[in-house]
Design a protein around this ligand. Structure first.
Ligand SMILES: Nc1ncnc2c1ncn2[C@@H]1O[C@H](COP(=O)(O)OP(=O)(O)OP(=O)(O)O)[C@@H](O)[C@H]1O
Length: 329
């Protein structure tokens, strides 16, 4: 394995009778932006805390580069974690907050401040070095937390919902900054999020977890275009999960059109149960008996050409090439 490569082997976390992380295997090549995505309680944070060493593993291994770090203390792993609550020291200046962990490592004051100032430059904090945390905005405090994690030169940076406390405008800005930073540093970022769009925008590798297991790991394109399971298709959104020819199949809602379609298209019909205008698109829901409920997202002008009304019986169709057979749940 190259330095900075991360491998999880049958990694498991049990809290009493609860299995929070259930023997997961995952490989994250060095320099990857990896997002962990999944519903609340699926084991994302437990996985991160085990990788960082803030939680012991109940089983399995964490391999970082050439080292098995499973039982090493956090400071000796080559990882750093930025927490949801930024956990800054209120009585220390920004500069001393950032330099703190180097003090713990016994670095001289000159060395500490030199390194701290270099990472503060990187996250655009230089002009705030003399302020106390309470004198900073939420976004600035978050940058201090980020600088504090980066100052130790980690091979992997772990971020647990780093954007959740920010307002939507700032969230977008910080998101762009995180991606830039990851590219510049060339290290892996492991980022826990609840947001599908956040994961799609940032990640090279999206890891979708469910009930302590990895449901699918792949590029954003993979998980969106070729969801492996009905859960992933539903969770990523924008997909229909249907029962066709006795198998579960996914079809993107924006590939479904109203009408019969050509002879080789798949066509089903049913009652129109919903019509919703969304500006550029119109969403039409058709109840197609055993196949299930089908949602079509149609450009407005196409809808106007073949409109549908509530209560009508209408056919919808899509190209068979847009169907993906799912693994049985
Ligand atoms: N310290 C603990 N003691 C007992 N159970 C815990 C503990 N921490 C987490 N759990 C349980 O383990 C499971 C996974 O929790 P975890 O925090 O890893 O999930 P998550 O995916 O990060 O959730 P969220 O998105 O809500 O933060 C949950 O069922 C949770 O209740």
């Amino acid at each position: 394995m190259a330095p900075g490569d991360l491998e999880l082997v049958k990694l498991t976390k049990r809290y009493g009778a609860t299995t929070a992380v259930d023997a997961i295997d995952l490989r994250v090549p060095a320099g990857t932006y990896c997002c962990f995505l999944g519903p609340s309680g699926c084991g994302k944070s437990s996985t991160m805390r085990m990788i960082a060493g803030h939680e012991s593993a109940s089983g399995g291994d964490i391999i970082l580069g050439a080292n098995n770090v499973t039982d090493l203390p956090p400071a000796r792993r080559g990882t750093a974690m930025m927490f949801q609550s930024y956990a800054l020291f209120p009585h220390l200046t920004v500069l001393d907050n950032v330099a703190f962990s180097l003090k713990m490592k016994g670095a001289s004051k000159d060395e500490r401040y030199r390194k701290a100032r270099a990472v503060m430059e990187l996250v655009d904090l230089a002009r705030f070095e003399a302020r106390m945390p309470a004198q900073l905005s939420g976004g600035q405090q978050q940058r201090v937390a980020l600088a504090r994690a980066l100052v130790t030169d980690p091979g992997i940076l772990l971020l647990d919902e780093p954007l959740s406390a920010l307002d939507p405008f700032l969230r977008l800005r910080v998101r762009t900054e995180l991606k830039r930073l990851q590219r510049e540093l060339g290290i892996s970022f492991l980022h826990v999020t609840h947001g599908q769009d956040e994961a799609m925008a940032l990640a090279d590798l999206v890891v979708i977890m469910r009930d302590g297991r990895i449901e699918q790991a792949g590029s954003p394109q993979d998980v969106f275009h070729r969801p492996a399971t009905g859960f992933v298709a539903r969770f990523m959104g924008g997909h229909n999960v249907l029962q066709l020819d006795g198998r579960p199949v996914s079809v993107r809602a924006d590939r479904v059109r109203i009408g019969e379609g050509s002879a080789d298209a798949r066509s089903v019909s049913g009652e129109v149960r919903g019509v919703e205008y969304g500006g550029a698109t119109v969403t039409v829901v058709v109840h197609a008996g055993d196949a299930g409920e089908i949602t079509a997202v149609i450009p407005e002008e196409q809808f106007n050409a073949t409109p549908a009304e509530l209560g009508q019986t209408r056919a919808v169709h899509w190209s068979r090439g847009d169907e993906f057979v799912l693994e049985a749940a």
